[in-house]
Design a protein around this ligand. Structure first.
Ligand code: FES
Length: 107
């Protein structure tokens, strides 16, 4: 469940910009972030693969995982956990706040 406290939050996108299980890239104060709408909730993960350098939003989603387009590492979208080689380092996740149809990220 997303919370509603907008303290330290930065505008990211409109809820209507997102399609279910389609990663949506945004840059917020220098952080590359991928938003994912999934299971009626919105998640935010760092958009850069921890293996080498690839934008995960250029990859694809399988079930609850995002797959890197370069060497096919997989991460759990809800937790950022690296679950498939060659990635060994988890992705940073971010708190998402939704308010009146707008998505904010707390940094
Ligand atoms: S850069 Fe993502 S798996 Fe290698």
């Amino acid at each position: 469940m997303n919370d509603t406290n907008l303290e330290n939050c930065h505008y990211a996108a409109e809820v209507s910009d997102l399609e279910d299980r389609e990663p949506y890239p945004v840059e917020i104060v220098g952080e590359e972030i991928a938003l994912v709408s999934m299971d009626e909730d919105i998640f935010a993960i760092n958009n850069i693969c921890t293996h080498e350098f690839a934008c995960l939003s250029d990859g694809f989603i399988e079930g609850d995982r995002i797959v890197c387009p370069l060497h096919l590492a997989e991460y759990e979208i809800k937790t950022g956990a690296a679950v498939e080689d060659p990635a060994e380092i988890d992705l940073q996740t971010y708190t998402v706040v939704v308010d009146e149809g707008k998505i904010y990220i707390r940094l």
